[in-house]
Ligand binder design. Structure first.
Ligand SMILES: C[S@@+](CC[C@H](N)C(=O)[O-])C[C@H]1O[C@@H](n2cnc3c(N)ncnc32)[C@H](O)[C@@H]1O
Length: 275
C-alpha cells in the first residue's frame, strides 16, 4: 500500500467514534447473520479499528483464537486500551499483503474496511480461498461513493482554489478516487465458485441516519472520507473548505423543521460459506 492509499484509509479514532453507535451497527447486524456453527479454526477481523466487533466475535466464540488486525497504530492503541477476552489479540498489518498463519480461518470478518482496497475481483476470491471448508467470509462495505456526501468533496477539491493541494486525492489510491465497491451481482459472481451450494447471503440496505446539529453531515464525514483532504490544508484553508462544503452539503441534505437531518447511507453486506 503506498502513502496515498495509507493516508486515505487512516483514521482518527475520536472523530470516528463520535458517531460510534451508527457506525458500529452494520457490523453487529453482519455478525448476527453468521451461523454459530463454525468449523475449527481461528477468526480474524480485518480492519478491526477500535476493536468492538473483534471483542464481540471473541466473546461469541470463546474457544477459538481471534485476531483483530489493522494497519493503524492509533486505532489499535485505542482497541488495546479497553478490556478484552483472553482469546483475542491485536495485530498491526496491512490487509493488502496479509495471509493468515497455516491454520485456515473459520471466519474472516471485515466491517467498513475492504472498500479501501483495490481489485475486488482478485481480493474477494483470495480471502474466500483462505477460509476452512464450511467457514465464513462476512463483509460489509459502504456503497455511497456516488452520494453527494462524497461527490461534493471531490467537486470542491477539483476547483482551481483547492486542486493544487487536493487534486492528488482524486487519483487512484487517494481518498477521493473513484468507487472501488462493485455491484452485489459482481460479489455474487466472485464468491459463488468457491462457496457452498446456497451458501451466499447478500443484501444491501440504506440506513436513514437521523443527525442533529448545525453541520451534521460535515461532522460525520470528518471522521472518515474528509480527513485526508483536511490534513493537506493549512488552518485558514481548512476553515474555508469546511465552510464552503457545509453550504453545499446543506443543499443536498436539507434540515427538517424539527432540526433533524436525514442522512441516507447505503451499505452492502455479504456472508458467504466456503464450499
Ligand atoms: C471505517 S474503519 C472501520 C473499523 C471497524 N471495522 C469498525 O467497523 O468500526 C476502517 C478501518 O480499516 C483500517 N484499514 C483500512 N485499510 C486497511 C488496510 N489496507 N489494512 C489494514 N487496515 C486497514 C483503518 O485503519 C480503520 O481502522
Amino acid at each position: 500500500m503506498d502513502k496515498l492509499e495509507r493516508d486515505a484509509a487512516a483514521w482518527n479514532p475520536a472523530q470516528y467514534l463520535k458517531f460510534g453507535g451508527e457506525r458500529l451497527r452494520p457490523g453487529y447486524e453482519l455478525l448476527a447473520r453468521i451461523d454459530d456453527d463454525l468449523p475449527l479454526g481461528p477468526a480474524y477481523d480485518l480492519g478491526c479499528g477500535t476493536g468492538e466487533h473483534a471483542r464481540a466475535i471473541a466473546t461469541r466464540w470463546p474457544d477459538r483464537g481471534v485476531t483483530g488486525l489493522d494497519h493503524s497504530a492509533d486505532m489499535l492503541k485505542k482497541a488495546a486500551a479497553a478490556p478484552k477476552p483472553t482469546n483475542l489479540s491485536w495485530q498491526q498489518a496491512d490487509v493488502a499483503g496479509w495471509s493468515p498463519p497455516p491454520t485456515p480461518p473459520a471466519l474472516i470478518f471485515s466491517n467498513a474496511t475492504l472498500h479501501w482496497l483495490p481489485d475486488h475481483g482478485a481480493l474477494f476470491p483470495r480471502l474466500m480461498q483462505m477460509i476452512a471448508p464450511g467457514g465464513t467470509l462476512a463483509v460489509q462495505m459502504p456503497g455511497n461513493f456516488r452520494a453527494p456526501s462524497h461527490t461534493l468533496i471531490r467537486d470542491l477539491a477539483l476547483t482551481p482554489k483547492y486542486r493544487p493541494k487536493l487534486g492528488v486525492l482524486t487519483e487512484p489510491g487517494g481518498s477521493l478516487r473513484d468507487d472501488l465497491v462493485q455491484t452485489p451481482d459482481f460479489y455474487y459472481g466472485a464468491l459463488a465458485p468457491l462457496a457452498a451450494a446456497g451458501g451466499i447471503d447478500l443484501w444491501q440496505t440504506t440506513y436513514m441516519t437521523a443527525l442533529t446539529g448545525e453541520r451534521p453531515v460535515l461532522e460525520w464525514i470528518k471522521g472518515s472520507i474528509l480527513r485526508p483532504a483536511l490534513d493537506r490544508l493549512d488552518q485558514s484553508e481548512r476553515t474555508a473548505f469546511e465552510d464552503e462544503l457545509a453550504a453545499r452539503l446543506a443543499g443536498a441534505y436539507p434540515r427538517r423543521a424539527d432540526g433533524i437531518t436525514l442522512f441516507p447511507f447505503r451499505r452492502i453486506f455479504m456472508v458467504a460459506r466456503r464450499g
